[in-house]
Write a protein that binds this ligand. Structure first.
Ligand SMILES: Cc1cc2nc3c(=O)[nH]c(=O)nc-3n(C[C@H](O)[C@H](O)[C@H](O)COP(=O)(O)OP(=O)(O)OC[C@H]3O[C@@H](n4cnc5c(N)ncnc54)[C@H](O)[C@@H]3O)c2cc1C
Length: 353
């Protein structure tokens, strides 16, 4: 195998896709049973779309996430969605800056993007093995040997590859194994989100709500629209030293959402809960030898501004063309050193305030 990719999130899948389009074979291993269920990233910038346009996924991503020109949305700061209102402003969503890019900005949840990337990668011959977990690896001058656990059957196998890409998220076992430290300002605290379906038309104003900051002393947090009609995210702070996701039962969320919306009869359909940390952490190196880090494994960014996933896909594109050039014998392996030199400063600058 030419490249082993650890992590089947959007960065691992994009890396595989960019490589496949340049004729490089890769295998993706992902410890979970499928792609992300939560729409964490929801906005993808023109530059990301330009890169994806070089693959067979580009047109489908543009189509799936396109926003009609002139769409107006509202942003609210209030005690609850029902008021009292501190501020309300509307803005026109600019989806196409033809002066800077031929590609639009797209509004598309990661839960819908990942399956598009997955199918595109598979259509190009990429093997994606779900429920397969990296448990260790070694490397030498000839390549990388990884041990992989099949979580369904319990069997352990060895995968040999010329290079390994750790696209294995914020906890990154690959980064840990390489002993690469993290810099940056660290944690800004934990949050808990629920994804829910509900008709919130009663609390809508003259434009559809895109985002609300709620200052209620007990149920404060944010409400964010998703790209699916009547599907919303509610996020609030959680003190993980005192509470766990399991403490947020369906009854507790429902009660909370009734207060948040000011609708005592609200019957939300809940689609699960997840805890996440807002943090700024950047790896001190983006790889070692034949092993590279990409995406959240290399840089964790607070969600403000929506840069984590976009930056990760840009890492994937940068690394893929360099691996291709080296594997095809068109460039000296020293070219791969430029991945860290080019991408780490970008990640640090993007993650910083
Ligand atoms: C609330 C929230 C909102 C966000 N909004 C935005 C936004 O609007 N725009 C934006 O650009 N970004 C946003 N982000 C950030 C974005 O979600 C991340 O940057 C992105 O998911 C990173 O993708 P990734 O593939 O690097 O990591 P992940 O999506 O975390 O994928 C890593 C994968 O590796 C797998 N894995 C880990 N260890 C192993 C192992 N040993 N073996 C096999 N597999 C393994 C994991 O199971 C996981 O599936 C947001 C994040 C949050 C939390």
């Amino acid at each position: 195998m030419q490249v082993l990719i650890v992590g089947g999130g959007l960065v691992g899948l994009s890396t595989a896709l960019f490589l496949a389009h340049q004729g490089v074979r890769s295998v993706v291993i992902e410890k979970h049973a499928g792609t992300s269920l939560h729409p964490r990233a929801r906005g993808f910038h023109s530059r990301t779309l330009e890169l994806l346009r070089s693959t067979c996924a580009g047109a489908e991503v543009e189509q799936a996430g396109s926003v009609p020109a002139g769409t107006v949305v509202g942003e609210l700061v209030a005690v609850t969605l029902a008021g009292p209102v501190h501020s309300w402003k509307t803005r026109t969503v600019s989806t196409q800056r033809t002066d800077v890019s031929p590609c639009p900005y797209v509004f598309l949840g990661q839960d819908r993007l990942d399956p598009i990337l997955l199918e595109a990668a598979r259509s190009q011959g990429v093997e994606v093995r779900f429920r397969h977990e990296l448990t260790g690896f070694t490397q030498d001058a000839r390549g990388v040997r990884a041990t992989v656990l099949d979580r369904e059957s319990g069997t352990v196998s060895t995968v040999e590859a010329a290079y390994l890409v750790g696209a294995d998220g914020v906890r990154s076992p690959v980064r840990e194994a390489l002993g690469i430290a993290l810099g940056g300002r660290g944690s800004f605290g934990h949050n808990i989100s629920t994804l829910f379906d509900a008709d919130l038309s009663l609390v809508q104003r003259e434009a559809p709500l895109a985002f609300a900051v709620l200052t209620h002393p007990e149920v404060g947090g944010v409400i964010a629209a998703t790209d699916v009609k009547d599907r919303w995210i509610h996020a609030t702070r959680i003190d993980v030293s005192r509470e766990m996701a399991e403490d947020f039962t369906e009854a507790r969320w429902t009660e909370r959402l009734r207060t948040v919306t000011g609708n005592a009869d609200l019957k939300p359909t809940l689609h699960g809960t997840f805890v996440w940390e807002a943090a700024e952490r950047v790896a001190e190196r983006f790889g070692s030898g034949r092993v590279f880090l990409a995406g959240d494994a290399a840089h964790q960014m607070p969600p403000t501004g929506g840069f984590g996933a976009n930056t990760g896909i840009h890492d994937a594109a940068n690394l893929a063309w360099k691996l291709t050039a080296v594997l095809n014998g068109h460039a000296d392996p020293a070219l791969l050193e430029s991945y860290d030199a080019e991408r780490r400063p970008v990640a640090a600058a993007t993650a910083a305030p």
